[in-house]
Design a protein around this ligand. Sequence first.
Ligand code: ADP
Ligand code: MG
Length: 843
Amino acid sequence: MQPSLEKLRKFFRLEHENKYQNTAIIGGLAKMLDYWEGEARADGITEEVIQAVVSRLRSYEKLSPDGRAESLKGLWKRIAETYPEAGQKPKQAHPPRPQQQRPSAPPQESKPEDSESAPHPAEQSQPQQYQQRPRQNPPPRSETVAGAKHSQTPAALNAKLTVLQGVGPKNAESLEKLGMQTLGDMLYYFPRRYEDYSQLKPIQALMYNDVVTVLGTIQSVHNRPIRGGKQSIIEVIIGDGTGSLRISFFNQPWLMNRFKDGDAISVSGKIDQYLGRLVMNSPDWEPVEVENLHTNRIVPIYSLTERITQNWLRKQMNQVITYSAPAVVDALPDTIKRAAQLVSLGEALTQVHFPDSQARLKLARERLGFDEIFYLQMGVLRQKRDWKSVEGRRFPVSDEWLGARLGALPFTLTSAQQTSLADIRADLDSGKPMNRLVQGDVGSGKTVVAALAAAMVIHGGAQAAIMAPTAILAEQHYRNFINLLTGDGGTLQQSDIRLLVGNTTESEKEAIRQGLMDGSVKIVIGTHAVIEPDVLFKDLQFVVIDEQHRFGVEQRAELRSKGTNPHLLVMTATPIPRSLALTVFGDLDISVIDVMPEGRQPITTYVLRPQERERAYTLLRAQIKNGNQAFIVYPLIDESEKIDARAAVDDFDTLSKEVFPDLKLGLLHGRMKPSEKDEVMLNFRDKKFDILVSTTVIEVGVDVPNSTVMLIEGADRFGLAQLHQLRGRVGRGSVQSTCLLIPTHEDATENERLQAMAVTNSGFELADLDLKLRGPGEFLGTRQAGYATTLKMASITDVKLIEKAREQAQALFERDPELNQPEHALLAEAFERFWGGGKGDVS
Ligand code: ADP
Ligand code: MG
């Protein structure tokens, strides 16, 4: 039964015992409505029932004691119509009443004979032990919360863990490994998951596969040797008056001394079947007189480390939650809490560890998640403001000038490219530094947009730098820029644009450095080599970072620092789900290129079983016969890296000697020198190989339009975004292309991710799914996931929550951006704590 109904029942019973004097609650029964309504809603009680309770209790005071008795009885009947469990007849016999031994049991327990005679609601209910969920002691209820606030200062949350009973230096050390040093840390050490044991059931009503808690008394205990005495099973029979249940414990002979006939215990676990009878194997159990934390409720499961057991940690948590959670200072202003319909922080912390119901757990998680997004948003907003507070040089261009550039292109821009370019053009003429992310699926044509933007800046007399993650890509961009910006209709000379990569000769590097310093080199395109300290610019005003997820925050800052507030354009092929864009990239303006250039054929993707590899080879062979090329991609370089997956180097031999002896195969992997990699890649582009056997180093941006088929081995080992990126290497020409995915094991064929690849070509859909399946840390790559990984509670996929928090943060930011107002003092502190002096650059 829901805790709020349970509570009603408790007070109704008390009222009955007080002879309906309206004294069960100080100030009258109606007083409980102050908090009950909210709790009932949190429990998911229907509005009708809530209204019935409210109206009866409101008028309760005016009635005579007899009238009151009638009223409560009628009300309980009404409740039982909607919640039959509140109205069930008691079962015949009463097993021992464990609650009476519990410190937290309500003081007024009805005696069995009561239920025969008294006209109070409890008469219609089940015996206590089936529904009364033991409370922690003391219950973390609103009543206690208010009182505790005075007795504890927030400073107590900084107390070392050794202040806890039962935590010595050794245990404190273990807890520190889990990231807990203070009581406050413990409050925020959230359960990894929960086990819902709140469904107490009489044995008679148990069903196969139920996950339940059963209370009963021990009827017999036996130790039965098995497997020739090498192992043993302890079998315990418990009964609760409605039936008996067999419990088995394997190989825990010491338990023999713990079970005594007649003892009451509670067991929690899954109901199994053995020889046609219901049994429970190795359940969580405990004697019921012990404070009942581990069973009968929604039980938190924490991540552990050595020397720490689940039960022990739970007990400590209970101590901390009970005494510290109510003392937590809630920094969020009431106005925001009300507007966003959030529970208090104390309630949230209490319920997230020891939930009274799924509904209250949900509210708790929502509150805690809100906080994270809210603080994240506040930070992002500040950064955006700081960014926009400085001047940016203006680079206006006329329509004629732009028209001439567009006319000189070998193709017409797609509508999405045009929009992005318009965004950029406006940024460049805004007087504020541009801080824009251009996001477009692989092959959507981001490069030309960047090139035209660079041309605008050069036109205004300044310099541009383009940084790509690999030499191959930098070289590709270099050729593209030359094609797009020089020659007929172009405004630049070839010598204005230079390529600077790791293996550029020293003398050439020196010439480029010189040219950048005196301004004769207008655009430099390169790898990390571009951000080396000795590369200095005369007047750098535009910075482009391609495939931005490959770079760390620092590298971006490094490049930016080579100019004075230069305009920044970052480009990514990783489709960023809306929710993520709103939070982590919130300080960037975003342009999306969501239209593909005309004539592209969607890639057809198949998931094959490992046994079907031959079929894949046949398909490759057919494509190559048509003059096309193929990729075979592996998750690993060689077997020694990890067991169990096929590896590029190992298979390369077999492939080239046995499978495709008549074809030319190239091998590419990350342990090769950059120059070797480039050579292989160039050879492949120049059709010197039919098949490129590779690890994921080909993932990024490389354009070989003649390749039309990609076979990905060990496909289940890749993330969706990565698979999609890989797949994007084919399908760049006008020929129908194919992607074949072969998982490591047959049973991964049904893998949700792989199937999704076969179903959609949309990078956005895949990104959303990927984010849901893997979380932001892996999705973004740890290097730059940054603040998204500080979200412990909020799901980055919960767009609704994100928007709610964002709205509130925005509104607050407009009112008091520095959080200077006295009523925001607590918030300012909490904000500082959240950001903890972190780096200044979110994106
Ligand atoms: P990505 O967005 O993955 O970086 P690229 O900029 O490398 O994509 O473009 C992929 C290919 O599409 C290139 O060969 C480019 O020349 C071509 N392309 C770009 N825009 C268009 C367009 N509007 N029409 C036709 N082809 C285009
Ligand atoms: Mg690209």
